[in-house]
Every structure is written in structure tokens, then in C-alpha cells.
Design a protein around this ligand. Structure first.
Ligand SMILES: [Zn+2]
Length: 307
């Protein structure tokens, strides 16, 4: 009896050991990183993942925390993801986009892109649900990646940060950061030119994500709601409808991860169409640059731009 107990106890220990091994291998990349010496870098959501991959190149292992197709604001972190964050050499995020990530990052091993650029104040209108209703819990608007010129600045500073974290490959990080910043600079020029002569400057969006784009290119954003998950009040809808009519708005913008219902109701009331404008909170079918160029085309059609 005693030996039977020992055997199963030993088997239990072995199973436990096997589990531990599996767990260690499961998060595998950390071990790979130790083996090939490349730093493990976690990017909180798509635009930052794209940017970090460009700047990190083959010198870093870059992984994304938010799976494609997942709305990032309400991301909840599992035990595995928290441990991935803790093991990473660096986490790239924007404070105010994902409260769960804000809570989990280690200040010494993280890069908050919002500290790299001049931020804009949070949306002008207040949702009547109050603070609890939306994920943006900072005083500034966190959607800064929708201005390529700001994202270029983030690229440069991220390059410096990665160079400091991995000095052996400093030059590579800085070179790729410069190349990325220049690609973003070219995109910025295209947007500036393409949006310079438009019939209307008012951008009515389902989710107030385009403040930086509007600010950079002289447009005016009117967001129906601040939070993609919350339902606007009928009062807010009729307020926006009145404004849209008076400014000659022909298109109400919606986005792929959000139900188009609210935008459709509004478009109906205004006598406008709806079109999809991508806030790039999740991976697009191409990449950041091509999706922004698609956004430019959509905007030019909707706003009646002639350039
Ligand atoms: Zn957002």
C-alpha cells in the first residue's frame, strides 16, 4: 500500500514537473530570447505592434498583446499575458487606451508613447454615463497614432529606448527608427496634400478616435460617442444630426469593430451615407501605412476633396 502511494505520489510529482516544463515552453519565446539574446518586446495593440516591429527589426522578438479583431479598449489580461508582460524586456503601450495594461506594466520596463508627443485634451463632450462608462481614463485623448507625424516622433524615441535596452544593436534600432519616421513623414505629407481642399471639414465618427487626424489636417471631428461600446443617448444623436445637417455632412463614419447601427440611425436622420474609417485599433488587412492611405481615399470621397 505504502509503495503504491509513493508511486502515485511520484507520478504526481512527475506530472507536476511536466506541467511546469510545458508552462515554461509554452511561453517559449522568453527561452528563445535567452538563447539568442534578443530582447522580448511586447506591444499593447496593433499600431504600436506595427511600429515596434519596424523599429525592432530582426534584433528583437516583438509580440502583440491584443489579438487581431479584438477591440483593444476593454482588453482583459489573462495570467499568461500578465506573465508575458512581466518577463518582457520592454512593453510598448499608450496609457489611457487599455486600463488593464496600464495596471499591469512595470514603470521601469515600459515605454508609454503618450509621453513621447504633445497630447491633445480628451474629447470635448461628456458621455452621461460618467467616467465608468469608457476606457479612456486619462485627461488626454490617447488615439495619437492616427497622426503619422506624431507616430514618427514615437518611432524615433522608441528607437532610442530600444537602443538603450539593447546597446549591442543600438545602431540597428536607430537606423530602422529613422527609416520608419521617414515613411511616416511621407504619409503625413500625402494626407496633408490630399485633405487640403475639401468641401466640408466636418468628420462625424461613431467613436471619437480621430481627434489627432482632425487636428493635424485641419478637420473638425464630431464623435457620436467616446466609447465604442456605449450607446449614445437619443439627445446626443439628435444634437449631432442637427450639426451634421448644418455643416453639409454627406457621410457618417463607422468602423469595422463597432456595430454600425448608431451611425446608420444617424445617417438616416441626416440623409447621409455611411462609410468605414479605420481607427487602426486592430490589425487592418494591409498594414498601418496602407490602411491610412485607404482612410485618406475614404475621407477624400466623403468630404469632397479635390487635391
Ligand atoms: Zn479608441
Amino acid at each position: 500500500m505504502m509503495s503504491g502511494f509513493s508511486r502515485s505520489y511520484a507520478a504526481g510529482l512527475l506530472a507536476g514537473a511536466a506541467l511546469l516544463t510545458t508552462a515554461a515552453c509554452g511561453s517559449g519565446s522568453a527561452e528563445t530570447a535567452a538563447a539568442d539574446g534578443k530582447p522580448e518586446v511586447v506591444a499593447a495593440f496593433y499600431p504600436l505592434q506595427w511600429l515596434t516591429e519596424q523599429v525592432g527589426g530582426s534584433d528583437a522578438h516583438v509580440s502583440g498583446l491584443t489579438a487581431p479583431g479584438v477591440e483593444p479598449h476593454d482588453l482583459e489580461l489573462g495570467i499568461q499575458q500578465v506573465s508575458e508582460l512581466q518577463k518582457a524586456a520592454l512593453t510598448v503601450y499608450i496609457k489611457g487606451v487599455q486600463p488593464a495594461v496600464d495596471d499591469a506594466v512595470d514603470a521601469d520596463k515600459s515605454f508609454d508613447a503618450a509621453t513621447a508627443v504633445k497630447t491633445l485634451p480628451a474629447g470635448a463632450h461628456e458621455e452621461e454615463g460618467g467616467e465608468e462608462e469608457h476606457g479612456h481614463e486619462v485627461s488626454y485623448d490617447p488615439h495619437l497614432w492616427l497622426d503619422p507625424s506624431r507616430l514618427a516622433t514615437v518611432a524615433t524615441k522608441l528607437g532610442e529606448r530600444l537602443a538603450a535596452a539593447d546597446p549591442a544593436h543600438a545602431q540597428g534600432y536607430k537606423d530602422r527608427a529613422a527609416k520608419t519616421a521617414s515613411a511616416l513623414g511621407a504619409l503625413d505629407q500625402e494626407l496633408a496634400k490630399g485633405l487640403s481642399t475639401c468641401k466640408t471639414k466636418t468628420l462625424v465618427t461613431a467613436h471619437e478616435a480621430f481627434g489627432y487626424l482632425a487636428d493635424r489636417y485641419g478637420l473638425k471631428q464630431v464623435g457620436i460617442t467616446l466609447d465604442p461600446e456605449s450607446e449614445p443617448s437619443p439627445a446626443r444623436i439628435s444634437e449631432v444630426a442637427k450639426l451634421a445637417k448644418s455643416e453639409g455632412v454627406t457621410t457618417i463614419f463607422t468602423e469595422s469593430l463597432v456595430s454600425p447601427k448608431v451611425a446608420e440611425v444617424l445617417a438616416n436622420e441626416v440623409g447621409a451615407k455611411t462609410a468605414v474609417l479605420d481607427p487602426l485599433e486592430s490589425k487592418p488587412s494591409g498594414d498601418y501605412l496602407s490602411a491610412m492611405r485607404d482612410n485618406l481615399k475614404t475621407l477624400q470621397t466623403a468630404l469632397g476633396c479635390t487635391a
